[in-house]
Design a protein around this ligand. Structure first.
Ligand code: DAH
Length: 339
């Protein structure tokens, strides 16, 4: 066969291979051209009958044919095999992959990490306590009077055996002090539960971060200094903080701790209800009665404590207007909060 004819033969072979719609049809093309008694061996055989001048060129074309056809058949076989799998299983392995995207940390987890990180720098470590608490740890040991309204069934989820879902992270203070001697410097993030009617700012299940520092001569000045440092690192250097007198049974004196409103800078707006301040946390000096309760001597050691709402901080920091968004698990919402 003349070199030019071999080229034409190659074109025909490739066209047939391209058109083969099944693996069987493709195999037939292979046998017809490349099989032992196929057209290509015949061409090879015929090379010796060509004039010597044409032989090398014809030989090259014959090799080309073999290589190109072998490669094409292989490629098409793969495609057809995939199609068969797709037909049988509904799974097309030749389809481009679908991008699933990475998960992100929940805004609540982010706040917990940010807050713990800041307190780590001040030498605090993380402590933990159970969500199902005893009445003793959640109320009694924290000097909460027996008739205090927070114990009421309208406020607390009581379990049948007399235990309860903790209404605050403060019982972790008791558990830590029961099991260690001062100096103690812990923060305790975790879930809390109250029988609250759910609305834009209330949830029956929410999170707090408790802090406790007990040592010789811990003072209110230290509490104020540490919470101010914390505020600047969480909200930025321009934030101002304010401490107001308050009452909690487990601290004496007790305070409430506010940030200047980050939206209006303190001038007064809808977010801060025109006051210029946003309430962040309860705090105070650990009540000597609580220290005595866990076997510490209030004449030797003193302490400060605080407890802040995580959702509240998340809402302020990220500008979230409805607490329920944090629990809906709507990807479109959660995706907006970076990594
Ligand atoms: N446990 C209090 C609450 O849920 C918050 C709190 C106030 C915690 C003062 C404290 C504290 O440790 O000292 O309202």
């Amino acid at each position: 066969m003349k070199p030019r004819d071999i080229q034409l033969l190659q074109e025909a072979a490739l066209a047939e291979a391209r058109q083969a719609a099944t693996i069987e049809a493709l195999e037939a093309v292979r046998v017809r051209y490349l099989g032992r008694r196929g057209l290509l061996p015949e061409v090879m055989q015929g090379l010796k009958d060509l004039p010597p001048t044409e032989r090398p060129e014809a030989g090259r074309y014959a090799n080309d044919l073999k290589e190109a056809l072998t490669a094409l058949i292989q490629e098409r076989k793969q495609v057809l095999a995939n199609r068969t799998v797709a037909g049988q299983t509904g799974f097309d392995v030749s389809r481009p992959g679908a991008w699933r995207g990475y998960g992100r940390r929940h805004p609540i987890s982010r706040i917990i990490e940010e807050v713990t990180d800041i307190f780590f720098r001040m030498g605090f470590t993380v402590a933990d306590g159970p969500d199902i608490e005893t009445e003793y740890h959640n109320f009694d040991a924290l000097n909460t009077p027996a008739d205090h309204p927070s114990r009421d069934i309208q406020d607390t989820f009581w379990l049948e055996d007399g235990s309860l879902l903790r209404t605050q992270t403060s019982p972790v203070q008791i558990r830590v002090m029961e099991s260690r001697r001062p100096p103690i410097r812990i923060i305790a993030p975790g879930r809390c539960y109250r029988r609250d009617t759910v609305d834009a700012t209330h949830s029956a299940n929410f999170h707090q971060i408790e802090g406790l520092y007990v040592d010789r001569a811990v003072s209110l000045a230290q509490l104020k200094g540490d919470l101010t440092y914390f505020a600047r690192h969480l909200m930025g250097p321009d934030v101002r903080v304010r401490f107001r007198p308050h009452y909690f049974p487990f601290t004496e004196p007790s305070l409430e701790y506010d940030f200047s409103c980050h939206v209006c800078g303190g001038k007064g707006c809808r977010v801060c209800k025109q006051s210029g301040w946003i309430e962040i946390s309860g705090a105070g000096m650990v009540n000597p009665k609580v220290l005595r309760q866990v076997g510490y001597d209030p004449e030797t050691v003193t302490g400060y404590a605080f407890g802040m709402g995580v959702e509240r901080i998340a809402m302020i920091k990220f500008g979230i207007e409805d607490i329920r968004l944090l629990y809906d698990n709507d990807i479109r919402f959660l995706e907006q909060f970076g990594a």
